[in-house]
Design a protein around this ligand. Structure first.
Ligand code: CDV
Length: 309
């Protein structure tokens, strides 16, 4: 048995005026709870340090830059790294990254139990649009503020398991899980900021939105015989509601822990990495059963191409 007690640290809303220090204090409180629950690893949401700023249309680069972190750790997040090291808890969280040469990514990092960064992932699938869209009740400008990630979908050996990350919209794409599954991933961590209303601000269909979130993660877990931990930023951010529904999914695709609120809430499950072995050695034994000669379109083609008639 290779048990990792995992905490999914869902975060309630972060308002535009909230400071990094206020947010890190909330993350520290969740880390304290995680210690009490015996966690080895805690997963925080996408863009955990700030409000989901891509909903705001900004033209002035200086106004945009304030949402980005030029280094990690930095003065604001150092207490989080220090506390995690003190407790011997590995952590993963998302933030907006500005590189030294001026590139901008929607990024997640993963530490080991000593608080050292062992993995970095930059979001590949950026939803939304890049210009102001007057037809929408609210904007989703990830394509304006971020470049598509340039690191692929790596996995790392950490806590005696193979672990990878993706971010929010990535969770809806089966290729993401499979690329990590092909590297032996036993745990896939992700954070998300998913509006609980549609682009016309209607809450109709929330049940469907939650179902699609679950469906994407449970399918990814089952089809790659991997644990999946999906953690929301939830609740009302300056009048913009975000969906909750954080879950931990086992390698058979069953949800074993689920958040019940739209606030700061820790969900916990003891995850045995050895549970991945059955699926990986039977129905999803990739080496024995995959037929790559028929999968060429997956990488050769982006959009739909109908056969010639
Ligand atoms: N932050 C996200 O990537 N959100 C998308 C929304 C815009 C659909 C998501 O897939 O949840």
């Amino acid at each position: 048995m290779r048990e990792i007690v995992i905490g999914g640290a869902q975060m309630g809303p972060i308002q535009r005026t909230d400071t990094r220090a206020q947010v890190v204090d909330r993350m520290l409180a969740l880390l304290d709870q995680a210690r009490g629950a015996g966690c080895d690893l805690v997963v925080f949401p996408e863009l955990a340090l700030t409000t989901f700023f891509p909903r705001w249309y900004m033209e002035d680069p200086a106004e945009v830059e304030v949402w980005f972190e030029a280094e990690m750790p930095n003065a604001a997040t150092q207490p989080l790294f220090d506390r995690a090291r003190e407790y011997g808890i590995a952590i993963s969280f998302g933030y907006a990254e500005r590189t030294p040469d001026g590139h901008h990514f929607n990024t997640s990092i993963l530490t080991d139990k000593a608080g050292e960064i062992v993995g970095k992932y930059r979001k590949v699938h950026l939803p939304g649009h890049s210009e102001y869209d007057s037809d929408r009740a609210f904007q989703h400008l990830e394509k304006r503020y971020f470049e598509p990630g340039d690191l692929g979908f790596p996995v790392w050996r950490n806590l005696d398991a193979w672990m990878g990350m993706c971010i929010c919209n990535d969770r809806r794409w089966p290729e993401v899980y499979r690329v990590m599954g092909l590297q032996g991933a036993e745990l896939i961590m992700l954070g998300y900021n998913t509006p609980s209303v549609n682009s016309q601000a209607s809450a109709e269909g929330l049940e469907k939105r939650l179902y699609h979130s679950d469906l994407s993660m449970t399918a990814g877990a089952y089809q790659n015989a991997s644990w999946v931990v999906g953690v929301a930023k939830a609740g009302d951010e300056d009048g913009h509601p975000l969906m909750a529904g954080s879950i931990i999914v086992d390698p058979n695709g069953f949800v074993v822990a689920r958040a019940e609120t739209e606030g700061d809430e820790l969900i916990v499950h003891p995850c045995d990495m050895d549970l991945c072995a059955f699926g990986k050695s039977t129905i999803f034994d990739f080496a024995r059963h995959r037929r790559t000669e028929h999968y060429g379109r997956i990488t050769a083609q982006t959009g739909v191409e109908y056969p010639d008639t």
